[in-house]
Design a protein around this ligand. Structure first.
Ligand code: KG4
Ligand code: ZN
Length: 350
Protein backbone atom coordinates (compact mmCIF):
# COMPACT_ATOMS: atom_id res chain seq x y z
CA UNK A 1 0.00 0.00 0.00
CA UNK A 2 1.50 3.29 -1.12
CA UNK A 3 0.54 6.42 0.79
CA UNK A 4 0.98 10.04 -0.26
CA UNK A 5 4.09 11.69 1.14
CA UNK A 6 6.02 8.42 1.52
CA UNK A 7 8.66 9.76 -0.84
CA UNK A 8 7.52 7.90 -3.91
CA UNK A 9 9.61 8.88 -6.92
CA UNK A 10 9.05 7.82 -10.50
CA UNK A 11 12.40 7.92 -12.29
CA UNK A 12 13.41 7.93 -15.94
CA UNK A 13 16.91 7.14 -17.27
CA UNK A 14 17.87 7.19 -20.96
CA UNK A 15 21.35 8.76 -20.92
CA UNK A 16 23.16 6.03 -22.82
CA UNK A 17 21.93 2.70 -24.12
CA UNK A 18 19.46 1.47 -21.51
CA UNK A 19 15.84 2.63 -21.54
CA UNK A 20 14.82 2.51 -17.88
CA UNK A 21 11.92 3.53 -15.66
CA UNK A 22 11.63 2.80 -11.94
CA UNK A 23 9.53 3.61 -8.90
CA UNK A 24 11.46 4.01 -5.64
CA UNK A 25 10.09 4.71 -2.18
CA UNK A 26 11.89 6.83 0.40
CA UNK A 27 15.10 6.97 -1.66
CA UNK A 28 15.78 3.32 -0.88
CA UNK A 29 13.10 0.74 -1.57
CA UNK A 30 12.66 -0.35 -5.18
CA UNK A 31 8.95 -0.77 -5.89
CA UNK A 32 9.51 -1.48 -9.60
CA UNK A 33 12.51 -1.21 -11.89
CA UNK A 34 12.39 -1.97 -15.61
CA UNK A 35 15.44 -1.80 -17.87
CA UNK A 36 15.33 -2.42 -21.64
CA UNK A 37 18.92 -3.04 -22.68
CA UNK A 38 20.19 -2.15 -26.14
CA UNK A 39 23.30 -4.33 -25.79
CA UNK A 40 22.14 -6.75 -28.50
CA UNK A 41 21.35 -3.83 -30.80
CA UNK A 42 24.85 -2.36 -30.48
CA UNK A 43 26.75 -5.67 -30.51
CA UNK A 44 26.91 -5.81 -34.32
CA UNK A 45 28.64 -2.40 -34.51
CA UNK A 46 30.87 -3.20 -31.51
CA UNK A 47 29.78 0.00 -29.81
CA UNK A 48 26.98 2.53 -29.49
CA UNK A 49 25.83 4.52 -32.53
CA UNK A 50 24.13 7.59 -30.96
CA UNK A 51 21.30 7.90 -33.51
CA UNK A 52 20.50 4.21 -33.21
CA UNK A 53 20.42 4.51 -29.40
CA UNK A 54 18.08 7.54 -29.49
CA UNK A 55 15.68 5.82 -31.88
CA UNK A 56 15.60 2.73 -29.68
CA UNK A 57 14.80 4.90 -26.64
CA UNK A 58 11.86 6.40 -28.56
CA UNK A 59 10.67 2.91 -29.41
CA UNK A 60 10.92 1.57 -25.85
CA UNK A 61 10.21 4.43 -23.46
CA UNK A 62 6.40 4.01 -23.45
CA UNK A 63 6.29 0.19 -22.98
CA UNK A 64 9.04 0.36 -20.32
CA UNK A 65 7.17 3.12 -18.47
CA UNK A 66 3.87 1.26 -18.74
CA UNK A 67 5.42 -1.91 -17.33
CA UNK A 68 7.01 -0.05 -14.39
CA UNK A 69 3.81 1.91 -13.68
CA UNK A 70 1.69 -1.24 -13.73
CA UNK A 71 4.17 -3.21 -11.57
CA UNK A 72 4.21 -0.39 -8.99
CA UNK A 73 0.41 -0.12 -9.14
CA UNK A 74 0.45 3.62 -9.75
CA UNK A 75 -3.02 4.72 -10.76
CA UNK A 76 -3.38 7.68 -8.44
CA UNK A 77 -0.63 10.15 -9.28
CA UNK A 78 -1.24 12.15 -6.10
CA UNK A 79 0.85 9.44 -4.36
CA UNK A 80 3.87 10.33 -6.50
CA UNK A 81 6.12 12.98 -4.94
CA UNK A 82 8.11 13.71 -8.07
CA UNK A 83 9.22 12.61 -11.53
CA UNK A 84 13.01 12.36 -11.53
CA UNK A 85 14.98 12.31 -14.75
CA UNK A 86 18.61 12.11 -15.82
CA UNK A 87 19.48 15.36 -17.64
CA UNK A 88 23.22 14.63 -18.09
CA UNK A 89 25.88 13.60 -18.68
CA UNK A 90 25.21 11.33 -21.66
CA UNK A 91 24.32 11.26 -25.34
CA UNK A 92 22.25 14.32 -26.32
CA UNK A 93 19.67 12.46 -28.41
CA UNK A 94 19.25 9.74 -25.78
CA UNK A 95 18.92 12.22 -22.90
CA UNK A 96 16.29 14.22 -24.84
CA UNK A 97 13.94 11.25 -25.09
CA UNK A 98 13.89 10.69 -21.32
CA UNK A 99 13.75 14.39 -20.47
CA UNK A 100 10.80 15.07 -22.75
CA UNK A 101 8.98 11.99 -21.56
CA UNK A 102 9.51 12.95 -17.90
CA UNK A 103 8.47 16.55 -18.55
CA UNK A 104 5.26 15.37 -20.16
CA UNK A 105 4.46 13.02 -17.26
CA UNK A 106 5.19 15.75 -14.70
CA UNK A 107 3.08 18.30 -16.57
CA UNK A 108 0.14 16.04 -17.35
CA UNK A 109 -0.08 14.72 -13.79
CA UNK A 110 0.85 17.98 -12.06
CA UNK A 111 3.88 16.51 -10.25
CA UNK A 112 7.28 18.18 -9.61
CA UNK A 113 10.02 17.51 -12.18
CA UNK A 114 13.32 16.62 -10.48
CA UNK A 115 16.62 16.94 -12.38
CA UNK A 116 19.20 14.24 -11.54
CA UNK A 117 22.85 13.96 -12.53
CA UNK A 118 23.51 10.45 -13.88
CA UNK A 119 26.79 10.27 -11.92
CA UNK A 120 25.13 10.92 -8.56
CA UNK A 121 22.66 8.23 -9.56
CA UNK A 122 25.54 5.73 -9.76
CA UNK A 123 26.58 6.72 -6.21
CA UNK A 124 23.04 6.56 -4.81
CA UNK A 125 22.55 3.03 -6.16
CA UNK A 126 24.33 2.07 -2.92
CA UNK A 127 21.24 3.17 -0.95
CA UNK A 128 18.83 0.91 -2.84
CA UNK A 129 17.02 -2.09 -1.39
CA UNK A 130 15.35 -4.66 -3.62
CA UNK A 131 11.68 -5.46 -3.04
CA UNK A 132 11.53 -7.75 -0.01
CA UNK A 133 15.24 -7.37 0.83
CA UNK A 134 15.78 -6.97 4.59
CA UNK A 135 16.65 -3.40 5.52
CA UNK A 136 20.27 -2.53 6.30
CA UNK A 137 21.94 0.66 7.51
CA UNK A 138 22.46 3.46 5.00
CA UNK A 139 26.03 4.17 3.89
CA UNK A 140 27.59 6.32 6.66
CA UNK A 141 29.16 9.75 6.07
CA UNK A 142 31.84 10.81 5.54
CA UNK A 143 32.34 8.32 2.74
CA UNK A 144 34.51 7.86 -0.29
CA UNK A 145 32.81 6.83 -3.54
CA UNK A 146 34.51 5.36 -6.60
CA UNK A 147 32.43 5.63 -9.78
CA UNK A 148 33.73 3.53 -12.67
CA UNK A 149 31.59 3.41 -15.79
CA UNK A 150 31.87 3.39 -19.55
CA UNK A 151 32.17 7.17 -19.67
CA UNK A 152 33.54 8.15 -16.23
CA UNK A 153 36.09 7.22 -13.61
CA UNK A 154 36.43 9.34 -10.48
CA UNK A 155 36.80 9.33 -6.72
CA UNK A 156 34.76 11.68 -4.52
CA UNK A 157 34.46 12.34 -0.84
CA UNK A 158 30.95 12.97 0.55
CA UNK A 159 30.53 14.69 3.90
CA UNK A 160 26.75 14.42 3.62
CA UNK A 161 23.96 13.97 1.09
CA UNK A 162 24.60 15.61 -2.30
CA UNK A 163 27.90 17.07 -1.08
CA UNK A 164 30.76 16.05 -3.36
CA UNK A 165 34.45 16.86 -3.15
CA UNK A 166 36.34 15.57 -6.16
CA UNK A 167 39.50 13.70 -5.10
CA UNK A 168 40.62 12.50 -8.51
CA UNK A 169 39.43 11.49 -11.96
CA UNK A 170 40.70 9.94 -15.16
CA UNK A 171 42.87 12.18 -17.28
CA UNK A 172 42.06 10.19 -20.44
CA UNK A 173 39.93 7.05 -20.90
CA UNK A 174 37.30 5.83 -18.46
CA UNK A 175 37.94 2.39 -16.96
CA UNK A 176 34.93 0.91 -18.79
CA UNK A 177 36.10 2.42 -22.05
CA UNK A 178 39.48 0.69 -21.57
CA UNK A 179 37.70 -2.63 -20.93
CA UNK A 180 35.57 -2.14 -24.05
CA UNK A 181 38.51 -1.18 -26.31
CA UNK A 182 40.81 -3.96 -25.11
CA UNK A 183 37.92 -6.42 -25.35
CA UNK A 184 37.53 -5.46 -29.01
CA UNK A 185 41.29 -5.83 -29.62
CA UNK A 186 41.14 -9.31 -28.09
CA UNK A 187 38.26 -10.23 -30.40
CA UNK A 188 35.82 -10.55 -27.47
CA UNK A 189 32.11 -9.67 -27.76
CA UNK A 190 30.71 -6.23 -26.84
CA UNK A 191 30.63 -4.93 -24.15
CA UNK A 192 34.22 -5.78 -23.26
CA UNK A 193 33.90 -5.54 -19.46
CA UNK A 194 31.92 -8.71 -18.72
CA UNK A 195 33.70 -10.55 -21.56
CA UNK A 196 37.17 -9.71 -20.19
CA UNK A 197 36.08 -10.71 -16.68
CA UNK A 198 34.90 -14.11 -17.96
CA UNK A 199 38.02 -14.65 -20.11
CA UNK A 200 40.32 -13.64 -17.21
CA UNK A 201 38.60 -16.08 -14.86
CA UNK A 202 39.44 -18.90 -17.29
CA UNK A 203 43.16 -18.02 -17.43
CA UNK A 204 45.43 -20.92 -16.51
CA UNK A 205 48.63 -18.94 -17.08
CA UNK A 206 48.93 -15.58 -15.40
CA UNK A 207 52.24 -14.30 -16.75
CA UNK A 208 51.05 -11.32 -18.82
CA UNK A 209 51.85 -8.15 -16.88
CA UNK A 210 50.80 -4.67 -18.06
CA UNK A 211 51.87 -1.26 -16.76
CA UNK A 212 50.07 0.64 -13.98
CA UNK A 213 49.76 4.41 -14.19
CA UNK A 214 50.13 5.63 -10.60
CA UNK A 215 50.42 9.36 -11.50
CA UNK A 216 52.53 10.07 -8.44
CA UNK A 217 50.67 10.63 -5.23
CA UNK A 218 47.48 11.86 -6.89
CA UNK A 219 44.06 10.24 -6.96
CA UNK A 220 43.83 10.74 -10.72
CA UNK A 221 43.73 7.80 -13.11
CA UNK A 222 45.04 7.12 -16.61
CA UNK A 223 44.21 4.10 -18.76
CA UNK A 224 45.36 5.14 -22.23
CA UNK A 225 48.96 3.93 -21.73
CA UNK A 226 47.67 0.57 -20.56
CA UNK A 227 45.40 0.34 -23.60
CA UNK A 228 48.35 1.10 -25.91
CA UNK A 229 50.54 -1.47 -24.14
CA UNK A 230 47.79 -4.08 -24.52
CA UNK A 231 47.36 -3.21 -28.22
CA UNK A 232 51.11 -3.55 -28.87
CA UNK A 233 51.26 -6.97 -27.15
CA UNK A 234 48.20 -8.21 -29.02
CA UNK A 235 49.50 -7.00 -32.39
CA UNK A 236 52.97 -8.50 -31.80
CA UNK A 237 51.47 -11.87 -30.80
CA UNK A 238 49.20 -11.88 -33.87
CA UNK A 239 52.14 -11.02 -36.13
CA UNK A 240 54.29 -13.82 -34.72
CA UNK A 241 51.69 -16.54 -34.09
CA UNK A 242 48.57 -15.69 -36.12
CA UNK A 243 45.13 -15.79 -34.49
CA UNK A 244 45.28 -15.81 -30.67
CA UNK A 245 44.51 -19.08 -28.88
CA UNK A 246 41.70 -18.79 -26.30
CA UNK A 247 44.25 -19.46 -23.53
CA UNK A 248 46.38 -16.53 -24.73
CA UNK A 249 43.30 -14.28 -24.85
CA UNK A 250 42.52 -15.32 -21.26
CA UNK A 251 46.05 -14.63 -20.09
CA UNK A 252 46.07 -11.17 -21.68
CA UNK A 253 42.57 -10.41 -20.30
CA UNK A 254 43.78 -11.42 -16.85
CA UNK A 255 46.89 -9.22 -17.03
CA UNK A 256 44.88 -6.23 -18.26
CA UNK A 257 42.17 -6.65 -15.62
CA UNK A 258 44.78 -6.96 -12.85
CA UNK A 259 46.36 -3.71 -13.92
CA UNK A 260 43.05 -1.79 -13.87
CA UNK A 261 41.84 -3.36 -10.62
CA UNK A 262 45.16 -2.85 -8.82
CA UNK A 263 45.20 0.91 -9.50
CA UNK A 264 41.49 1.41 -8.74
CA UNK A 265 41.58 -0.58 -5.49
CA UNK A 266 44.85 0.88 -4.23
CA UNK A 267 43.81 4.50 -4.82
CA UNK A 268 40.33 3.96 -3.37
CA UNK A 269 41.78 2.38 -0.22
CA UNK A 270 44.28 5.22 0.19
CA UNK A 271 41.60 7.87 -0.37
CA UNK A 272 39.38 6.27 2.27
CA UNK A 273 42.27 6.03 4.74
CA UNK A 274 43.46 9.61 4.26
CA UNK A 275 40.00 11.14 4.45
CA UNK A 276 38.94 9.13 7.51
CA UNK A 277 35.96 7.69 5.62
CA UNK A 278 33.37 5.67 7.54
CA UNK A 279 32.42 3.75 4.44
CA UNK A 280 33.42 3.06 0.83
CA UNK A 281 30.79 3.14 -1.92
CA UNK A 282 31.37 1.66 -5.34
CA UNK A 283 29.21 2.31 -8.41
CA UNK A 284 29.04 2.34 -12.21
CA UNK A 285 29.12 -0.50 -14.72
CA UNK A 286 32.70 -1.57 -13.99
CA UNK A 287 31.69 -2.05 -10.32
CA UNK A 288 29.92 -5.16 -11.61
CA UNK A 289 33.42 -6.66 -11.92
CA UNK A 290 33.79 -9.41 -9.31
CA UNK A 291 37.58 -9.04 -8.99
CA UNK A 292 37.32 -5.28 -8.41
CA UNK A 293 34.58 -5.81 -5.82
CA UNK A 294 36.69 -8.41 -3.98
CA UNK A 295 39.84 -6.32 -4.06
CA UNK A 296 38.13 -3.18 -2.71
CA UNK A 297 36.30 -5.28 -0.10
CA UNK A 298 39.74 -6.38 1.10
CA UNK A 299 40.89 -2.74 1.37
CA UNK A 300 37.75 -1.76 3.27
CA UNK A 301 38.12 -4.71 5.65
CA UNK A 302 41.74 -3.71 6.36
CA UNK A 303 40.48 -0.24 7.32
CA UNK A 304 37.66 -1.72 9.41
CA UNK A 305 34.93 0.04 7.40
CA UNK A 306 32.12 -1.37 5.27
CA UNK A 307 32.13 -1.47 1.48
CA UNK A 308 28.70 -0.85 -0.01
CA UNK A 309 28.40 -2.03 -3.57
CA UNK A 310 25.09 -2.60 -5.34
CA UNK A 311 24.31 -5.93 -6.95
CA UNK A 312 25.65 -5.99 -10.55
CA UNK A 313 22.27 -5.12 -12.13
CA UNK A 314 22.19 -1.89 -10.12
CA UNK A 315 25.82 -1.00 -10.97
CA UNK A 316 25.06 -0.77 -14.69
CA UNK A 317 22.61 1.89 -15.88
CA UNK A 318 19.11 1.70 -14.38
CA UNK A 319 16.41 4.13 -13.29
CA UNK A 320 16.15 2.97 -9.65
CA UNK A 321 19.43 4.77 -8.89
CA UNK A 322 17.95 7.95 -10.39
CA UNK A 323 14.95 7.49 -8.09
CA UNK A 324 17.24 7.15 -5.06
CA UNK A 325 19.17 10.32 -5.95
CA UNK A 326 15.93 12.07 -6.98
CA UNK A 327 14.54 11.53 -3.47
CA UNK A 328 17.52 13.39 -1.97
CA UNK A 329 17.11 16.11 -4.62
CA UNK A 330 13.43 16.53 -3.63
CA UNK A 331 14.46 16.84 0.03
CA UNK A 332 17.04 19.45 -0.95
CA UNK A 333 14.41 21.45 -2.85
CA UNK A 334 15.74 20.84 -6.39
CA UNK A 335 13.08 21.43 -9.02
CA UNK A 336 13.19 21.82 -12.78
CA UNK A 337 10.64 23.44 -15.07
CA UNK A 338 9.66 22.65 -18.62
CA UNK A 339 12.77 24.49 -19.87
CA UNK A 340 14.97 21.64 -18.54
CA UNK A 341 17.45 20.77 -21.29
CA UNK A 342 19.90 17.92 -21.87
CA UNK A 343 23.40 18.60 -20.52
CA UNK A 344 25.59 16.04 -22.36
CA UNK A 345 28.77 17.21 -20.56
CA UNK A 346 27.29 17.79 -17.11
CA UNK A 347 29.89 17.35 -14.31
CA UNK A 348 29.23 16.04 -10.82
CA UNK A 349 31.25 18.88 -9.33
CA UNK A 350 31.12 22.11 -11.37
O1 KG4 B 1 27.50 2.49 -15.93
P1 KG4 B 1 27.36 1.84 -17.24
O2 KG4 B 1 26.27 0.79 -17.41
O3 KG4 B 1 27.15 2.88 -18.38
C1 KG4 B 1 27.77 4.12 -18.36
O4 KG4 B 1 27.25 5.05 -17.69
O5 KG4 B 1 28.86 4.19 -19.00
O6 KG4 B 1 28.79 1.19 -17.57
C2 KG4 B 1 29.03 0.46 -18.73
C3 KG4 B 1 30.47 -0.03 -18.68
C4 KG4 B 1 30.94 -0.68 -19.98
O7 KG4 B 1 32.18 -0.09 -20.35
C5 KG4 B 1 31.12 -2.14 -19.59
O8 KG4 B 1 32.13 -2.81 -20.32
C6 KG4 B 1 31.47 -2.03 -18.14
O9 KG4 B 1 30.65 -0.99 -17.65
N1 KG4 B 1 31.21 -3.28 -17.40
C7 KG4 B 1 32.19 -4.02 -16.83
C8 KG4 B 1 31.55 -5.17 -16.29
N2 KG4 B 1 30.21 -5.08 -16.55
C9 KG4 B 1 30.02 -3.91 -17.23
N3 KG4 B 1 33.52 -3.82 -16.73
C10 KG4 B 1 34.24 -4.75 -16.10
N4 KG4 B 1 33.72 -5.89 -15.57
C11 KG4 B 1 32.39 -6.14 -15.65
N5 KG4 B 1 31.88 -7.26 -15.13
ZN1 ZN C 1 26.16 4.98 -16.19
Amino acid sequence: MIVAGSGLVLAVETSCDETAVAVVEGGRRIVASIVASQVALHASTGGIVPEVAARAHLRWIVPVFEEARAAAGIDDWSTVDGVAVTYGPGLAGSLLVGINFAKTLAWVHGRPLIPVNHLEGHIYAAWLLDPGEPSRPEPAFPLVALVVSGGHTFLVEMAGHLSYRLLGQTVDDAAGEAFDKVGRLLGLPYPGGPAIMAAAAAATRRDAVFPRAWLGDSFDFSFSGLKTAARRSIEALRRDHGELEPQVVSELAHGFQESVVDVLATKTGLAAERSGAQCIVLGGGVAANAVLRDRIAGRAAALGIPLVVPRPGLCTDNAAMIGAAGFQRIRAGSRADLALDARPSLKLVE
